[in-house]
Design a protein around this ligand. Sequence first.
Ligand code: SAM
Ligand code: SF4
Length: 364
Amino acid sequence: MRNSAPARTRELIDRLAVEHRLDLKEYEELVEGFTPEIAAYAAGRAVELRTRVYGTDVYIRGLIEISSYCKNDCLYCGLRRSNRMAERYRLDAGEILACCDAGYELGFRTFVLQGGEDTAFTDEVACGIVSSIKEAHPDCALTLSLGERDRDSYQALFDAGADRYLLRHETADPAHYARLHPADLSWDRRMACLRDLKDIGYQVGCGFMVGSPFQTPATLAADLKFIEEFQPAMVGIGPFVPHHATPFAHEPAGTADMTCYLLSLLRLIGPELLLPATTALGTIDPRGRERGMQAGANVVMPNLSPTDVRKKYELYDNKACAGSEAAEGLTDLSRRMEAIGYRVVVDRGDAKRRMEAGREGSAD
Ligand code: SAM
Ligand code: SF4
């Protein structure tokens, strides 16, 4: 049995690369079948698909962390409201626009506004910011990542010009979700938000942390199955990294190896997916961005926030925000990507359309 395990796992990877779907138990087998050799095999197949759809292009997004205030209390996050030690800040419209202007000069054509769930960003305020960015930079895409809001609010932001929305589902297993969040946050509501966003017409991104407390091969299999069925335009995954002032301070971090393996599996599920090699991956491994690309990722999101606030947006300990993680380090990032055969491009970086007959999906 043991000897046939790698052969069986390879067979599942080959099937996923062609059919882009498996059943739940097969996904679980794939997760359990992780070995460095299997991960290398999956990465090879993933890069093949990535190259077929995106060539060697690397899409960049300028990440602007607009607020560290949050009304929520997610157990894993350093910005949770119970963390009295967190330094709170909020950027105003002028500061956010100035970040976009600076980013535009550097070559960014997508801006991502991310923040805690800060009630100061009412629809009126947020829509005003969205429309002024789109007015100043009509050739750019705007992504929002501002957590859960009412459907009407998502609609208003979309009407104001937002193109994409990132809302990680965090886990596709409701019981697991309940162990990562306080009782006032609900898995059903999170999923309903994702459906609303897709319905409205956003290019939607979901995702999860790798190695979050209580995660199992079964919960990861549920994540992969959910992503296969939901067909998002983007998926953000990165290792869980503990923050010292949260209930999970002493939990182990996720690993770069497992994150890269899962990136490869996601690429096999969705050849056209926009898949970032995230900051968290770059934080736990100095070669995280490169390793992410070599596993099938095609996006990086350097930090474009004002330098004095970067350390305050502390989701987890030792978050990387200098060098290649920083927008100013774009030349360094480009060089590093070129060294492994990839090319950072000046482009909005929309998702390509699904090419197979019968599965035509419009992600852009
Ligand atoms: N507040 C919004 C939300 O929760 O959707 C957007 C910002 S939130 C900080 C973005 C993502 O950071 C979350 O979806 C979560 O997956 C990730 N995150 C939070 N704490 C983390 C940690 N300790 N390690 C790794 N990722 C973390
Ligand atoms: Fe707030 Fe998002 Fe952190 Fe949860 S993950 S505490 S919603 S910033």
